[in-house]
Design a binder for this molecule. Structure first.
Ligand code: 4NP
Length: 152
């Protein structure tokens, strides 16, 4: 497992958090897995993550402010070893586009539950829950894909 792409709808709220959390855990663990994120939609291409996502990540010591939104493309399905959808809608859209190496983040700790879309949340409330859910699932996901340490 060398590369993981996290995909949500806009690539400004949820998947940038997943990218930031994964990158931080990978760096901590001294692993060499590339991570990136993208959205199925095009509306926010080029934008920074939404301010509440930046804040909640910063509260946990992670800077996601340099991430810029991009739209997923079919070449990503070959360029990345694993594509991780943040909710069932994203999963279905990616399947329709022909993505095969696809899982849903909620399968890693929340019984298949979707990471709720915080775009229409009122204010900051709810972002902490979104963060907790993403962090817990990304941790489990990385546990399942990290290579075994080499003996001796
Ligand atoms: P995200 O949130 O998929 O977590 O980045 C959204 C961002 C934008 C929109 C929907 C969800 N939108 O409709 O523009």
């Amino acid at each position: 497992m060398n590369s993981i792409l996290f995909v949500c709808l806009g690539n400004i709220c949820r998947s940038p958090i997943a990218e930031g959390v994964a990158r931080s855990l990978i760096e901590e663990g001294g692993h060499s897995i590339t991570v990136d994120s993208a959205g199925t939609g095009h509306w926010h291409v080029g934008e920074a993550p939404c301010k509440h996502s930046i804040t909640v990540a910063r509260n946990h010591g992670i800077d996601i402010s340099p991430i810029r939104a991009r739209q997923v493309k079919k070449a990503d399905f070959h360029a990345f070893d694993l594509i991780v959808a943040l909710d069932q809608c994203n999963y279905n859209d990616l399947k329709t586009l022909g993505c095969k190496n696809l899982v849903k983040l909620g399968d890693y700790g929340y019984g298949g539950e979707d990471v709720p879309d915080p775009y229409f949340f009122e204010g900051f409330e709810g972002f902490e829950h979104v963060y907790t859910m993403i962090e817990s699932c990304v941790n489990r996901l990385l546990d399942s894909v990290r290579p075994e340490p080499v003996e001796g």
